[in-house]
Write a protein that binds this ligand. Structure first.
Ligand code: 3PG
Length: 389
């Protein structure tokens, strides 16, 4: 499963456990069938500040299934083996952060991973492999694609729900269709924009968050040193050129912010693009941008948002995201949001229940929307062909 959660930076505590809540139906169903449920999952990546063990995740899951979840901080060692052998029918065991094992993230396809040490050690101990990790379905990693080649496998309930819901909405989106791309990653934005505008899935793309800032830069706006620095290593000459190409290819179908919000003397201040650069980094879209985008969203019939418009964890800079999300649910059209942080923000604004669909996938959802195969789904299909349903 994908229970990779946002944490707060000081105490390293889970701040939103929606991904944990979403796998509860699968876990409960397996427990009800008297399965011995052995769970594998990751949190972040090695070397990142939020790469921690899964002890808290086990506590959260335990609370939501209303039953004990045993946690061992080990994946393949003696402690894990002992705990697996002690697990009784109907009980749940969560093993340690699977990305602690280097071969988990080694580059390779399902056949290579099927020979990896994780599968080699654990596959003989299990009867079935159930994958409910939609959020990581775009990753060809050992715990995700290696088992289906070795044991009969199935998708979990969340995975199936995600695939059916997203197919139903995006196969024939109602028009006009608007995509809002934001968040803290923008390296893949140009490819995504080209695909969704090119194949007609979207009529308009709104760029906010770091993608918005990067595209402003590509349009020749001097966003200032502080905002440019935040773009870091994703700001390659290739990415900048790709953004320029998108702007000249699609013109007004790609909407950029007309102002940004910065923190000045402890307050949120909107700065027009014409008045940039500013010394302070842009932390959100400005008030005029929010109003401009709100109108576009209100007249849409399908609206998709991936990634927030600003630094939602900072008070006053969640405003842009809140305005866009409120317009999405008020528009009366199909509204879909994706990504760990985006779903969490919708809950914080008390809007989550009003969306047509809230996906647990960020990168996985984008890969799906690009029409590219998801390695985990391909592996599950292979398993079905090999072992039957
Ligand atoms: C996600 O949050 O998108 C998934 O858990 C995958 O995480 P990753 O981008 O570190 O592979």
């Amino acid at each position: 499963m994908d229970i990779n959660c946002p944490l707060d930076k000081t105490e390293l505590k889970i701040v939103n456990d929606s991904r944990i809540r979403r796998i509860v139906p699968t876990v409960r169903e397996l427990m009800g069938k008297q399965a011995k449920v052995i769970m594998l999952a990751h949190q972040s990546r090695k070397g990142k500040w939020d790469f921690i063990n899964l002890e808290q995740h086990a506590e959260h899951l335990s609370k939501h299934i209303n039953a004990p979840v045993r946690y061992v901080d080990d994946v393949l060692g003696d402690e894990a083996m002992k705990a697996i052998s002690e697990t009784k029918p109907g009980e749940v065991l969560l093993l340690g952060n699977v990305r602690a094992i280097d071969s988990e993230t080694a580059k390779g396809d399902m056949f290579m991973h099927a020979e990896g040490e994780i599968v080699e050690k654990l596959a003989p101990l299990i009867d079935y492999y159930v994958c409910d990790a939609f959020g990581a379905a775009h990753r060809s990693q050992c715990s995700l694609v290696g088992f289906p080649a070795k044991v009969p496998s199935a998708s979990g309930r969340l995975m199936a729900k995600e695939m059916f819901a997203l197919k139903a909405i995006f196969e024939n989106p109602r028009r006009p269709s608007v995509f809002i791309l934001g968040g803290a990653k923008f390296g893949d934005a140009s490819e995504m924009i080209d695909r969704v505008l090119g194949n007609g899935m979207a009529d308009t793309v709104i760029l906010v968050g770091l993608a918005g800032n990067a595209y402003l830069l590509a349009r020749g706006v001097d966003i200032g040193e502080a905002s440019t620095k935040v773009l870091q290593d994703e700001l390659t000459p290739e990415n900048l050129q790709a953004a320029k190409d998108i702007l000249s290819k699609y013109g007004q179908r790609v909407l950029l912010p007309v102002d940004v919000a910065v923190e000045r003397d402890g307050k949120r201040v909107s700065v027009n693009i014409g008045d940039l650069p500013s010394e302070e980094p842009a932390l959100d879209i400005g008030d005029d941008s929010a109003e401009k985008f709100r109108k576009v969203i209100m007249s849409s019939k399908t609206c998709f948002m991936s990634g927030p418009a600003g630094m939602i964890e900072k008070e006053g800079f969640e405003i842009g995201t809140r305005i866009l999300m409120t317009a999405m649910v008020d528009s009366g059209g199909q509204s879909v949001i994706g990504g760990g942080h985006t779903g969490g923000a919708a809950e914080r604004f008390d809007l989550a229940d009003r969306f047509s669909y809230v996906s647990t996938g960020g990168g996985a959802l984008e890969t799906f929307l690009l029409g590219e195969p998801l390695p985990v789904i391909e592996a599950l299909k292979y398993s079905m062909e090999k072992f039957g349903q």
